[in-house]
Design a protein around this ligand. Structure first.
Ligand code: ACO
Length: 330
């Protein structure tokens, strides 16, 4: 059977670190509040670099670690909700900046923090039906550009970063075993960022947003998102295990979306996965949205802690609302 095997990973975060103590000088908050409620100690902020810049750096590392030349890639999928431009897509910029001369397909997908797992799922379907053999999937977000830095409810939570993998069509048992995607658009108001495209220049009133919600910053009802995230992440982990006939003890590592340590711990507990098997880096990066899971996967891959045959369970939750899981046999 043809499977999508991860043959390379890469990640990049911009060099500037914004600590909780730095945030204490910007809004009414404290290191203690942020660390206790979220697990975050610091995050990276892109000053000069854009989503494309950091995606390209992660993508180059992934292609290098796969020991490929960029021209061997035959599909590029970038998950992001903070692309440099409305169009072209970040994926087209990545294709150009990697120097790929073949006219391969390249496109972005929008599923917020679940975006990378959505990208894996799509890539796997291309690979399984024979339409692609080597696929670059990247997740990148620069939420620092869509955060209201005066809003303590949201500005302490996010950071910028990118991660990428190269998937290869291979026969055998290793690779992506399953992916499950979900969404519920009825809950969109709990987590969204408006854009001015919504309002027609020919109308004075928009149909959905009231004026105060039109500022182009991330809005979130944190408490409600928190509860739904715990429920959805737990359920999708469960369906992933059942689909593959796996028990919690079979999982080598749970790689959850890094939004909040309390969501991560609750997901692990609901799924029955012990704490030492949960990969955590939210303390160093905050929530990097689509970058979160591929950054964690890259760190784990380069840590020397993974061996062939290990079972990785990944789960994410984000705006849309969207949520997803994937199981990889390393
Ligand atoms: N510093 C100090 N106090 C704060 C801060 C802050 N940075 N932010 C909020 N507070 C205050 C609130 O104003 C509130 O004060 P009040 O009781 O006087 O009204 C109090 O702290 C408690 O606020 P809650 O919102 O109830 O705090 P909670 O324990 O729920 O934690 C948090 C808030 C961290 C946002 C949590 O709800 C959460 O993590 N939600 C989920 C976020 C998430 O995972 N998003 C998903 C993905 S994002 C994506 O897809 C783009």
């Amino acid at each position: 059977m043809i499977r999508s095997r991860v043959i390379g990973t890469g990640a990049y975060v911009p060099p500037r670190i914004l600590s909780n103590h730095d945030l204490e000088k910007m809004v009414k908050t404290s290191d203690e509040w942020i660390a206790t409620r979220t697990g975050i100690k610091e995050r990276h902020i892109a000053d000069e670099e854009s989503a494309t810049d950091i995606a390209v750096k992660a993508a180059k590392k992934a292609v290098e670690s796969a020991s490929l030349s960029a021209d061997e890639i035959d599909l590029i999928i970038v998950a992001t909700v903070t692309s440099d431009m409305v169009f072209p897509s970040t994926a087209c910029f990545v294709q150009s900046r990697l120097g790929i001369k073949k006219n391969i397909p390249a496109f972005d997908i929008s599923a917020a923090c679940s975006g990378f797992l959505y990208g894996l799922d799509i890539a796997d379907k291309y690979i399984k039906n024979g339409a692609a053999k080597k696929v670059l999937v990247a997740g990148v977000d620069v939420f620092s550009r869509i955060i209201d830095w005066n809003d303590r409810n949201t500005c302490v939570l996010f950071g910028d970063g990118a991660g990428a993998v190269v998937l290869s069509a291979e026969r055998g048992n290793r690779g992506l075993l399953s992916s499950h995607l979900h969404s519920n658009g009825d809950h969109w108001r709990l987590l969204y960022t408006p854009s001015n495209i919504y309002s027609s220049p020919f109308k004075t009133h928009s149909r959905v947003h009231s004026h105060k919600h039109d500022e182009p910053y991330l809005k979130m009802e944190g408490n409600k998102v928190f509860k739904l995230a715990v429920q959805a992440m737990g359920e999708t982990c469960q369906e992933a295990l059942e689909h593959n006939d796996l028990k919690p003890a079979d999982v080598t590592f749970l790689i959850p979306h890094q939004a909040n340590i309390r969501i991560i711990n609750a997901t692990a507990e609901k799924t029955g996965i012990s704490a030492e098997k949960v990969y955590i880096n939210v303390d160093r990066y905050g929530n990097t949205s689509a970058g979160s899971i591929p950054i964690a996967l890259d760190e784990l891959a380069h840590s020397g802690r993974l061996k062939s045959g290990d079972i990785l369970l990944m789960a994410a939750f984000g705006g849309g609302l969207t949520w997803a899981s994937a199981v990889v046999r390393w």
